[in-house]
Design a protein around this ligand. Structure first.
Ligand SMILES: Cc1cc2nc3c(=O)[nH]c(=O)nc-3n(C[C@H](O)[C@H](O)[C@H](O)COP(=O)(O)OP(=O)(O)OC[C@H]3O[C@@H](n4cnc5c(N)ncnc54)[C@H](O)[C@@H]3O)c2cc1C
Length: 484
């Protein structure tokens, strides 16, 4: 017989005590942060919030929920951008108390951490030990490693170190049955059958709960050069990127593109960011080179690329950071773009990727198609160009009403995503699917791919209790794919 929700709540309260259980019938202020997406775009509901302090407690919670067939939504730092952690009933499981760094092995260059460790804390701990955990993004002061792995986060150092999944050697996962799968191995070679850990990374909490991970560290860079270069067009950005990659290869750690329209918003809304260049340019790129060899003269390598590029007109101007604080101010500009865009008003966002070589063609095609249906829309393009990943965002035309603009959301998404998919790209490069992009997945993924996802889900989670309503399209969404 299935357990009812009242019995489940009592069992969870007994198991977790007052520190570990917030009842959904309790004060709304306590529950609110766990059911509301950080921007307020989505608000869900739940019967209570479980805050386990150990993997064993997670396993017991999941076992009880499986007996009651009650859904579980996991919440980490709640910085996700696709509504993946917002509950639609059932319980919320917060990983905030699973925040221990279990061990570090400097000789093996690994660190074993629990899912609720804040990304910045992991970076700091690695740094204090003379090592680097390279995953890095503007949300790092709030997001948790469990969320990073569950979304396979990207960030600003993918070019050199890869996405979150590339930084993991082993995982510990609580399965939807309540069993613990302990795969906390710190091995760089292990070809013993299917590499199951990759199923859980990028699954956004739909296949199980990541409770701990063995992370791959790198040596701490000892030399760094940061430059902001001005560019006449996107083709030039590609040429500059190719020249830098040719000259530095693995020393090229970041190549972030910023359109003039994006810089304009930052200068307007974020204090202390004005007047870096004496004149405006259509595009800029934030370039970072790093090396673990202190004798490497990154400055010479950088100048060796930038000087001929200036002479030939590939780049129009360049600022090289003379110290740490100037480098930080360049990064501040790049990382303030999303906030500046919020302060400017409504925007429609696209997190896309295409092969790096195809970025100029994508930009031309997308701009033409968008301006054809709304000539006053403001295109705010920026992002991780070195990974082929652009945040291709559209800000509301100045004279347009909010409602009218928001009503065009689906049209703009369709235009941009159709072009991306026609170019063998991705309509979700780093933010995942969550609930925001399920219809896109239904439209663009092949039937074989969707069926494979459904099969994996039904084998691991036959009761569909892990984050239902996220990632995998409902059968009804399947109809979307048949629509013209
Ligand atoms: C200012 C800002 C900048 C950002 N920059 C980037 C960027 O550069 N690159 C990028 O990729 N993203 C970026 N993001 C998005 C976001 O920070 C990442 O997606 C991050 O990885 C989410 O981590 P989180 O702990 O906040 O997860 P949450 O938002 O809490 O959860 C995200 C998803 O993972 C699931 N989940 C969380 N923890 C677990 C777990 N332990 N086990 C199973 N499932 C779990 C949730 O159910 C949900 O579906 C940015 C966000 C902001 C606000």
């Amino acid at each position: 017989m299935t357990m009812d929700n009242e019995t489940l709540k009592n069992e969870l309260q007994d198991l977790l005590g007052p520190k570990g259980w917030l009842d959904g019938d309790g004060p709304n202020d306590d529950i609110e942060p766990f059911i509301t997406e950080w921007r307020g775009f989505w608000r869900g509901s739940c019967i209570g919030v479980a805050k386990p302090a150990s993997t064993e407690e997670v396993a017991k919670i999941v076992t009880l929920c499986a007996q009651a067939a009650t859904p579980i939504s996991v919440i980490g730092g709640n910085t996700g951008l696709v509504g993946g952690g917002v509950p639609g009933g059932g319980i919320v499981l917060s990983t905030a108390r699973l925040n221990t760094i279990r061990s570090m092995d400097p000789d093996n260059l690994t660190m074993t951490v629990e899912a609720g460790c804040i990304l910045a804390h992991i970076q700091d701990t690695a740094k204090q030990a003379g090592m680097l955990f390279p995953l890095s993004m503007a949300s790092q002061g709030s997001c948790q490693i469990g969320g990073n792995l569950s979304t396979n986060a990207g960030g600003v150092a993918v070019l050199r170190y890869g996405n979150a999944r590339d930084l993991v050697l082993g995982l510990e996962v609580v399965l939807p049955s309540g069993e613990i799968w302990n795969n906390l191995k710190a091995l760089r070679k292990d070809n013993t059958g299917y590499d199951l850990k990759h199923l859980f990374m990028g699954a956004e909490g739909t296949l199980g709960i990541i409770t701990a991970a063995v992370l791959k560290l790198s040596p701490q860079p000892l030399a760094r050069e940061t430059a902001l270069i001005a560019l006449p067009d996107v083709e030039a950005a590609l040429k500059a990127f190719t020249a830098l990659r040719g000259a530095c290869y693995d020393a090229l750690t970041a190549f972030e593109i910023i359109s003039q329209s994006a810089l304009e918003l930052v200068e307007k809304h974020i204090a202390g960011t004005k007047g870096l260049f004496t004149q405006t340019h259509p595009y800029y790129a934030l370039v970072e080179l790093t090396s673990t060899r202190p004798m490497d003269s990154l400055r010479d390598i950088l100048l060796g690329c930038l000087e001929p590029a200036l002479e030939s007109g590939i780049i129009s101007d360049a600022l090289i950071a003379e110290n740490e604080s100037q480098a930080t101010s360049f990064w501040h500009i790049r990382e303030s773009i999303p906030q500046a865009q919020v302060l400017e008003g409504p925007s429609i966002k696209h997190d896309i990727s295409v092969p790096i070589s195809a970025i100029p063609v994508f930009m031309t095609r997308a701009k033409q198609a968008i301006l054809q249906i709304q000539p006053d829309v403001r295109i705010i393009a920026f992002g991780h160009m070195g990974d082929g990943n652009l945040h291709y965002n559209l800000s509301q035309p100045i004279a347009m009403d909010d409602h009218e603009f928001r009503a065009m959301w689906d049209d703009f998404n369709r235009i941009v995503h159709d072009i991306v998919m026609d170019m063998d790209g991705s309509f979700s490069a780093e933010h995942g699917i969550g609930q925001l992009k399920r219809r896109d997945l239904a439209r663009y993924a092949s039937p074989v791919e969707i069926e494979l996802m459904r099969s994996v889900k039904s084998v691991l989670d036959p009761q569909n209790i892990m984050n239902p309503g996220k990632v995998i399209p409902d059968p009804i969404d399947k109809k979307t794919r048949l629509m013209p």
